[in-house]
Design a protein around this ligand. Structure first.
Ligand code: MG
Length: 367
């Protein structure tokens, strides 16, 4: 790894909540990544919806495949910029661990159930999973990850919640920045979902090729592909266009960010943290990304098929929440063990950890 001075250094980590001896085989961030991969929450991502319900078909993205795509994009950008690839990978693989079943619809439903009990934020929940809810190690609760990985996992946080997070929450109060590796993962996440949702939307026939012509960047890219391959099949045309568009945007992030780094010359990770966000799109690509997101919102996320899922998610989460709130003894015994948390929070933790199908099946069973 060709680490630049502004990168995160595994040898200079701020450290773990519980002190541990160094591993003879792996650096600290590799160790974080491995713990994430071996966690229960990570395996459950396989059966959690990204946008399309996990039940609807095997070819759509789940949160697991989404996270792997984010990790792949993050590593590539980190390598180009001389940042720590292993840290970027660890953050990417963990970034969605706190997501509820049924994608954003599930998160919104659980958040409204938790109104008056501190609410529910999936980012904060991801941190809660790695700091506390995973229960595997003899010496501590959680995965005991390094500060840098935890910093990256906590992408957003309200000021109200940040106050309780000590050092980790300070940047949301002081408006400072996280490491470049964390910034890379934030954009890699956007790049990944913007493109794979188009792909899944196309394959599920929610959107068609004609509609996509509204997107200038897509239509220009598709034109270039058609010009080169005159008799290309529609599926290949679609994939080639998405793949090229994605490559162009990743390249844009790298070039734009390298230029900024050159101007700012941050000489350490602390200089990065003290500065405004450095990893960015160029203005024209930022505009294209906004249009891409608006397109998805309009034609995919608000499609009747997807809206139906939103409704099912809401009903399912509410039913489960009420079922457990009426009698907390209905929770599995290992979930009731923690007396420090209020009942509502323990129930939210339990529901958030469910896969789509488990939540659906349980909601039918208790009806
Ligand atoms: Mg994500």
């Amino acid at each position: 790894m060709n680490l630049q001075p502004y990168a995160a250094y595994d040898t200079k980590t701020i450290g773990r909540l519980h002190k541990e001896d160094a591993s003879p085989l792996r650096n600290e961030f590799q160790r974080d990544r491995d713990r994430i991969i071996h966690s229960t929450s990570f395996r459950r991502l396989q059966y959690k919806t990204q946008v399309f319900v996990n039940h609807e078909g095997d070819m759509f993205r789940s949160r697991l495949t989404h996270s792997i795509e984010v990790a792949q994009i993050s590593r590539g950008i980190a390598r180009t910029l001389g940042c720590h690839e292993d840290l970027a990978e660890a953050i990417a693989l963990a970034h969605d661990l706190g997501h509820t079943p049924f994608g954003h619809a599930g998160q919104d439903a659980l958040n409204s159930c938790m109104k008056g009990y501190g609410g529910f934020e999936h980012n904060l929940q991801s941190l809660r999973v790695v700091d506390y809810l995973e229960s595997r190690y003899a010496d501590f609760d959680g995965l005991n990850l390094t500060y840098e990985t935890r910093e990256g996992i906590l992408k957003h946080c309200s000021k109200k919640n940040a106050i309780h997070l000590g050092e980790l929450g300070k940047r949301f109060i002081n408006n400072t920045s996280p490491s470049l590796e964390a910034q890379i993962v934030n954009l890699a996440d956007e790049i990944a979902y913007c493109h794979h949702d188009l792909d899944d939307g196309f394959r599920s026939q929610i959107i068609d090729f004609e509609q996509l012509q509204d997107l200038a960047l897509f239509s220009a890219t598709a034109q270039a592909v058609k010009k080169k391959y005159k008799h290309i099949e529609p599926e290949k045309l679609m994939h080639e266009s998405i793949r090229r568009m994605m490559y162009g945007i990743i390249n844009d992030v790298c070039q734009t960010s390298l230029k900024k780094i050159e101007e700012i010359k941050p000489n350490s990770i602390n200089a990065v943290r003290a500065h405004q966000i450095i990893i960015t799109f160029s203005p024209s690509i930022l505009d294209a990304m906004m249009k891409l997101k608006n397109f998805s919102r309009q034609y995919i996320y608000r499609h009747p098929k997807i809206e139906q899922m939103t409704l099912t998610a809401k009903q399912t989460i509410e039913r489960l929440f009420n079922y457990f709130i009426n009698d907390i003894e209905r929770l599995p015994p290992n979930f009731r063990k923690n007396k420090n948390d209020k009942a509502e929070r323990i129930i939210a933790d339990y529901i958030a950890g469910m896969t789509d199908r488990y939540a659906l099946e349980l909601a039918i069973k208790i009806k």
